[in-house]
Design a protein around this ligand. Structure first.
Ligand SMILES: Nc1nc2c(c(=O)[nH]1)N[C@H]1C(S)=C(S)[C@@H](COP(=O)(O)OP(=O)(O)OC[C@H]3O[C@@H](n4cnc5c(=O)[nH]c(N)nc54)[C@H](O)[C@@H]3O)O[C@H]1N2
Ligand SMILES: Nc1nc2c(c(=O)[nH]1)N[C@H]1C(S)=C(S)[C@@H](COP(=O)(O)OP(=O)(O)OC[C@H]3O[C@@H](n4cnc5c(=O)[nH]c(N)nc54)[C@H](O)[C@@H]3O)O[C@H]1N2
Ligand code: SF4
Ligand SMILES: [Mo]
Length: 667
């Protein structure tokens, strides 16, 4: 029997595409982009064009497993679900009796973005009284920087781009991470818009840009101040808009901007004085300049300040007042319905400690009271994606750590598990999705039955609640019951006529209030260049941290992967080498040759890469793309051996790109 089922891409990607899944005899055989989805518009990225190969991969875990080799060896034997639950509860009950439930740490992030399956562990671990995980690995510094200037102001609709005449892609590798924005950018380009890209090297996204500015890592805040210096000096600011809508411009002009002449900013950023002046003038005189800001520049010790500073720019030139003008870091649809109906924080009876997910390595190796005696991992692959890999692996190998991993594949993390549980893919379970890059939301029903004995996160936590004696009726619901309950209490943003669209599993675009672009939801009601709540009431330039080593290590997304997901796909990863890209002059000075093995190292460890010499990389920087499973790593260590657990200036975020390394030939 054949059918076509609507579904949603579950991955941690701002596009949150609508899918049409072709099912034949109970198997997904083909996946297409939904032409009716307003952002997807019928196309998919290379990863999801063959999602059926992930769903029906030979590498899927199809039964629960018990470890029979040493930790990390990946040797397992199948067991029943009953035995898996017996082993987990026996271990946990023993740990709780001796150390208390805080000795158990959940670790999860964004394997799936659906609100039920992503958050399913929260009510369970709150009820258990386990340690909390501070989930700040992605972009809290970006959120912080935006909020410091714009408060809760609504982000612009992506269609604004159509009417822009100057689009700046700032720290975003849009071809890899936001590919459907190309539809919008192309509409603008056809009408004559120019595209500028600001990045640390010439990424593949440079192909679609008219101009490229290469900035020294972590110095974008200085560039923004330099642009504002030129705008003020040349009287290009929008005085009317500022008078009506901006707080603190005069103070910025008199106390901060004098320190950031183009000459000084050129020293900091490595950008020519003339280029700083040119982009400032073009930005200020454009009819409707639009900035699409990525997370790259926020993953530094000065990340929140970088974002805060750039976020001031559209206010200074009045871009918010013009159709097609503005700045997009990401959208928030939190207000559409109550996620708390899934997470239920109040199930936690007593305060428990919180462990920052960026510091897993430290937490597993430090003497803590109580120590972490059990780790439960779902929706995440910390052995690959968390910083300071050596320390993370040193923790995972501990014989006294009882590790459970609920996964679709034997990832680098699953190899260290005592018990592995098989997880469903998004085609096998129900969920509701909302996006962080647009305003479309969609409910999805299962397209096929679970593969093998796989169970969804929700199902596993319901069963674990029962096995651990947590007798709340909440856990007896199905995911669809829960989604129905959430939709029965929608916010005014979701009106009842629209709910039918959601119930039918069709994409629904939330409408934005008239005039939202100039409704500034800050305490003052204005754009707060001066924010009296901040330690530094005005934005300023602060330096990134770096390390005591020679090259900045930029580690960007790879088009074929999504974080460490899709490593299971030979069609995407075949013949891959973990490349380290380097400028020809740097390679020449060091006598290094193309395609030879090199070692990148710093105080945290060493990683072996294959050298790729490329003029697209500026001197002083090396670049690696993608988070590869260790099976692709010639030295059995991957990029996060080199990254640091240090946190951002605000938001406790990750600082993945604020890292330096030395490079030498591998013998
Ligand atoms: N194909 C693919 N898509 C993805 C992902 C993936 O791994 N692969 N990951 C997903 C996730 S979880 C997220 S959070 C988003 C993130 O996607 P984006 O918001 O695009 O952010 P990043 O991918 O972190 O970084 C984008 C760019 O920032 C650049 N960069 C680094 N440092 C600086 C700097 O100091 N200044 C400037 N101007 N640029 C800098 C990097 O070179 C990179 O090209 O993408 C999602 N989509
Ligand atoms: N060096 C470096 N490191 C980085 C980054 C970087 O740019 N550079 N980016 C960082 C960022 S922005 C992020 S967001 C993090 C992301 O880190 P993670 O969220 O851990 O992302 P993934 O590596 O995709 O791992 C998700 C895992 O969840 C599993 N999964 C998928 N669906 C389900 C499900 O329904 N149930 C269960 N139980 N499991 C499921 C997948 O098989 C996959 O192995 O990585 C960070 N790490
Ligand atoms: S990974 Fe992103 S671009 Fe690709 S299908 Fe999913 S949501 Fe769309
Ligand atoms: Mo992320």
């Amino acid at each position: 029997m054949k059918k076509i089922v609507r579904s949603v891409c579950p991955y941690d990607c701002p596009d949150t595409c609508g899918l049409l899944v072709h099912v034949a005899d109970g198997r997904a055989v083909k996946v297409e982009g939904d032409p009716d989805h307003p952002f997807t518009r019928g196309t998919l990225c290379p990863k999801m064009a063959h999602y059926e190969r992930t769903v029906h991969s030979e590498r899927r875990i199809i039964t629960p497993l018990r470890r029979i080799g040493s930790k990390g060896s990946g040797k397992f034997a199948p067991i029943s679900w009953e035995e898996a639950f017996e082993r987990i509860t026996a271990n946990w009950n023993g740990i709780i009796a001796q150390y208390g439930a805080e000795a158990i740490l959940p670790y999860s992030y964004a394997g799936t973005m659906g609100i039920v399956q992503r958050n399913a562990g929260h009510p369970f671990f709150y009820s258990l009284g386990a340690s909390r995980l501070e989930r700040t690995i992605c972009s809290p510094a970006k959120g912080y920087g935006w909020n410091a200037v714009m408060g809760q102001t609504m982000a612009p609709h992506t269609n604004e781009i159509h009417n822009s005449d100057l689009i700046i892609l700032w720290g975003i590798h849009a071809l890899a991470t936001n590919i459907h924005s190309m539809h919008d950018i192309n509409i603008a380009k056809k009408q004559g818009a120019k595209v500028w890209l600001i990045d640390t090297y010439e990424t593949p996204t440079a192909k679609i840009a008219d101009r490229m500015i290469i900035v020294r890592p972590g110095t974008d805040g200085a560039l923004a101040l330099g642009m504002m210096h030129v705008i003020a000096r040349e009287n290009l600011a929008d005085r009317d808009f500022i008078g009506q809508h901006v707080q603190g411009y005069e103070e910025l002009v008199t106390t901060v901007l004098p320190k950031y002449s183009p000459e000084i900013v050129s020293e900091i950023t490595g950008i020519a004085v003339g280029t700083i002046e040119e982009i400032a003038r073009q930005y200020a005189t454009a009819g409707a300049p639009f900035i699409r800001m990525g997370s790259g520049l926020s993953r530094y010790s000065n990340g929140a300040m970088n974002v805060r500073t750039i976020t001031c720019l559209p206010g200074v030139v009045g871009a918010w007042g013009k159709p097609g003008g503005g700045l997009l870091t990401g959208t928030s649809t939190d207000a559409a319905f109550a996620t708390n109906m899934v997470t239920h924080e109040e199930f936690q009876e007593q305060p428990t400690r919180s462990i920052n997910m960026n510091k897993l390595g430290q937490a597993l190796n430090e003497v803590l009271d109580p120590p972490i005696k059990s780790l439960y991992v779902y929706n995440s692959n910390p052995a690959a994606i968390a910083p300071d890999q050596n320390l993370v692996l040193q923790g995972l190998v501990r014989e006294d750590l009882f590790t459970v991993v609920h996964e679709r594949f034997i990832t680098d993390t699953a190899k260290y598990a005592d018990i592995v549980l098989p997880a469903t893919t998004s085609l096998e379970h129900s969920d509701m999705y909302r996006s962080y890059g647009n305003y479309v939301m969609q409910r999805a029903y299962p397209a096929i039955l679970p593969v093998g004995q796989a169970k969804s996160n929700w199902e596993v936590f319901s069963l674990l609640a029962d096995a651990m004696g947590i007798n709340k009726p909440f856990f007896k619901q199905s995911p669809d019951d829960l989604i129905d309950a959430i939709l029965a209490k929608p916010s005014s943003w979701l009106v009842s006529t629209q709910l039918e669209t959601l119930q039918e599993g069709r994409p629904l675009e939330l409408s934005l209030p008239d005039g939202y672009k100039t409704q500034f939801r800050t305490p003052s009601g204005k754009i707060e260049i001066l924010n009296p709540q901040e330690d530094d009431i005005l934005p300023n330039y602060t330096k990134p941290h770096g390390d005591n080593a020679e090259f900045w290590l930029v580690n960007s997304p790879d088009m074929r992967l999504l974080n460490s997901s899709f490593n299971e796909r030979p069609d995407l990863t075949k013949n891959n080498k973990m490349f380290l890209q380097m400028n020809p002059d740097d390679a020449g000075k060091m006598g290094l040759k193309d395609d030879q093995l090199v070692i990148a190292s710093n105080e945290r460890g060493e990683v072996i890469f294959t050298l790729r010499i490329s003029a697209k990389i500026p001197p002083g920087i090396v670049v690696t793309e993608g988070i590869w499973w260790l099976e692709h790593a010639p030295g059995n260590r991957s990029v996060n051996t080199l990254t640091s657990q240090r946190l951002t200036d605000k938001g406790n975020g990750s600082t993945f790109y604020d890292v330096k390394v030395n490079v030498r030939a591998s013998q």
